[in-house]
Design a protein around this ligand. Structure first.
Ligand SMILES: Cc1ncc(COP(=O)(O)O)c(C=O)c1O
Length: 293
């Protein structure tokens, strides 16, 4: 599986190796930019409207408008994904404030955004790996207070993930003011006495598209659920812990800070949710609901 040759940059499709931005791009100099990651199952982008609406919100939060209409984005995704027909992929897009010759914190009054996107093959889900589960550690959340914006300023997230890797873990759950907020690149769910709990959306966490789907699927399946703060003690005592994201889907955590979660294997509720999630994906792959939510 080699990566597709063409990327999108500012209205053009060009060989990925030739797609470059000037060193004076504010995305590079200040992290003045936002992004999205859209999974494409069997080449069909997943929950595109949700991703594009979140992009609109991220852009609005930093005082920008979406430089492309949603239909134009959909056409970009189509052109990119058709390079790997029928394959699972991960589409990355980024909108930066743009290029300006003078490096200054002040946002220039006139500036043209830099818009880029590319797709990459995503290895097919490995059910055995999913059933092994993840090891995670907890770390203090040292990020800013606008984690609801999907900004590319991800240094704190990158360092948290590096610390997790150093300790032989797959992900870090971030703790702020005694509460577990989310992972460095994932949302958090726990199952406690039969109740599925996830922290409510706020400026402290990313409103995950996978999180929303899990909430929808749980509601449809009649699984009792609550959106509530998760204290550290509650996290440690949880029967199950899950992490969700566009690339991790719904992953079970089997070890937290070297202690087993539940009996140290993925729990029953996770099996049920993973099944519902995979069924939803399959429906999309078969073209049902292709233009749906
Ligand atoms: C900090 C953070 N939280 C949550 C998520 C999950 O979001 P989504 O389900 O939309 O991929 C991500 C995804 O990258 C993330 O970076």
């Amino acid at each position: 599986m080699s990566d597709p040759p063409l990327a999108y940059l500012n209205g053009e499709f060009l060989p990925r190796d030739e797609a470059s931005v000037p060193i004076t791009d504010r995305g590079l100099l200040f992290g003045d930019s936002v992004y999205e990651v859209v999974p494409a199952y069997g080449g069909i982008p997943f929950r595109v409207t949700h991703h594009l609406e979140r992009l609109d919100r991220s852009l609005a939060a930093i005082g920008m408008q979406n430089p492309l209409a949603h239909d134009a984005w959909r056409s970009v995704f189509e052109r990119l994904t058709e390079q790997l027909p029928g394959e699972d992929q991960s589409i990355y897009l980024q909108v930066t404030r743009g290029v300006h010759p003078i490096r200054s914190h002040v946002i220039p009054e006139t500036i043209t955004p830099t818009v880029l996107a590319f797709t990459a093959a995503q290895p097919p889900r490995d059910p055995q790996a999913a059933s092994r589960g993840l090891k995670v550690i907890t770390l203090e959340d040292i990020r800013w207070h606008r984690c609801d914006i999907k900004a590319t300023t991800l240094l704190a997230n990158v360092l948290a993930r590096a610390q997790a890797s150093k300790e032989g873990a797959d992900e870090a759950i971030l703790i702020r003011d005694g509460a577990a907020v989310e992972g460095s690149a994932s949302n958090l769910f726990i199952v406690s006495n039969g109740l599925l709990i996830t922290p409510p959306n706020s400026k402290e966490l990313l409103p995950g598209i996978t999180r929303d789907l899990v909430l929808e699927l749980a509601a449809q399946a009649g699984i009792p659920l609550a959106q509530a703060q998760i204290g550290v003690a509650e996290l440690e005592a949880a029967d199950e812990i899950w992490l969700t994201s566009s690339t991790r889907e719904v992953s079970a955590v089997v070890q937290l800070n070297d202690q087993p979660v539940g009996d140290g294997t993925p729990g029953e509720r996770w099996r049920q949710m993973d099944h519902l999630f995979q069924a939803y994906k399959e429906q999309l792959r078969r073209g049902v609901d292709r233009h749906g939510p």
